[in-house]
Design a protein around this ligand. Structure first.
Ligand SMILES: [Cu+2]
Length: 139
């Protein structure tokens, strides 16, 4: 688990650094709009239409949205809306194994039952591309 803890420390530092760049946030907003377009192309409806889950898209080495606030008991569905790249989900604080590689249009779900900020990573891209996200789980 020591390796996982050290990658999470690096992830948190990266997340803090990313949040300090306003230009970066504007770029991310544009990128996430593209991610939503890709989602609609793939599934025929907006991601907000999914029932019973909150969707996070994986697109061009980013999570969209990168930070999410949800109540306890929420199921998050990560969806790969890239055309070629595969991604994975590492939920280190939850102690679950890394997901399988998710190819385009594939999904992974997790239900958050404990409150707190849960940082997560894309296994193949967190280090090289800073592909890192957070779910803030409320009481
Ligand atoms: Cu990835």
């Amino acid at each position: 688990m020591r390796f996982v803890q050290s990658i999470v420390s690096a992830a948190l530092l990266s997340l803090a650094a990313a949040g300090s760049s306003l230009a970066g946030e504007e770029d991310l907003a544009a990128l996430c709009a593209q991610a939503e377009e890709s989602y609609t192309d793939m599934f025929g409806h907006p991601s907000a239409d999914e029932k019973g889950v909150t969707v996070v898209k994986m697109f061009k080495y980013r999570f969209c949205p990168p930070k999410l606030s949800v109540p306890v008991g929420t199921t998050v569905r990560w969806v790969n809306v890239d055309r070629r790249t595969s991604h994975s989900i590492v939920l280190k604080e939850e102690g679950v194994p890394e997901s399988d590689r998710l190819f385009p249009e594939e999904t992974f779900e997790f239900t958050f039952l404990s409150p707190g900020d849960q940082t997560y990573l894309c296994g193949p891209h967190w280090e090289t591309q800073e592909m890192i996200g957070m779910v803030s789980v409320g009481e």
